[in-house]
Design a protein around this ligand. Sequence first.
Ligand code: UDP
Ligand code: MG
Length: 322
Amino acid sequence: MRRVDIVVPAFNEEACLEAFHAALAPVLDRLPYRFRVLFVDDGSRDGTREVCRALAARDPRVGWLSFSRNFGHQAALTAGLDASDADAVITMDADLQHPPSALPDFLAAWEGGAELVSGVRADTHRLGLLKRLSSRAFYRLLNTLSKVPVLADSPDFRLLDRRVVDAVRRLREQGRFLRGIYGWVGFRQASVAYSQADRTAGESKYGLFRMLAFALSALLSFSRTPLRFATWAGLVVSALAFIYGLYAIAQAVVFQVALPGWTSLAVLVSFLSGIQLLTLGVVGEYLGQVLDEVKARPLYLVADQHLPPLAPEHPDPGPESA
Ligand code: UDP
Ligand code: MG
């Protein structure tokens, strides 16, 4: 029987994990694979660790890793991929927004030859209006500015074949945007529609500010177009300045008009300084990104972990066994 690891990042999810496990376990029981469930406790400050330990004590399929502090969702997913040696990895959220009932569809697509199966939210109207609009605008912008295709409405609910896991693990960039990385690695891709439930308990860890920071980091790591903005803005402004210069010379020399000129000077100076500061800011953002990459710090630190030994073969293997 093939082995499948389910990677579940959890940051302050003590209120969700029991319900998550209760919903997941019966689905796993019915499927003919050897499963492990790896919770990645991303430096939680509530009882998440204790709940993970309690679940592992009850269910031999459950393992966990605890980070030394909060390293973020993308780092937690990466740690799960690093820890797994299964034939496929499924990543899903701990808040039951990604329904375990969709897992058979993911596995069927994998059996059908897909190496990267992406969950795509079918009923986006359930999201708040702000989240829906901002997410649509973000994906449109990203796909315009970047050559790497990034699926919209497709959060981190995925199945990765071993080959994709190995490929993704070779990309150790700090400015981590896995949805972009999945587009970048390629392979045979398929998608599965699922309807996203509301969060069972607790609250979303992505506030407006964190979403913006995440979107910026995604843009920086998958597009260099904003940098090119400096070149184009420079060209356009120089052309305009040249035309304006001709006009000013003509006025002074040909028509002998003496200009007071204060307003045009003030407007020009402030316009140009604005463009210069903006450009400097863009360059600075990329430089910061380069600094982070050059330092090459580890993406996360594991303080403590329990990985269950390979699930034993079931005495009555299902029809899939080879
Ligand atoms: N998460 C994490 N580290 C963080 C933030 C979030 O591991 O720093 C986990 C969180 O526990 C959840 C998943 O990432 O399992 C998605 O987070 P959340 O549900 O808050 O995001 P949303 O669904 O609101 O976009
Ligand atoms: Mg969520």
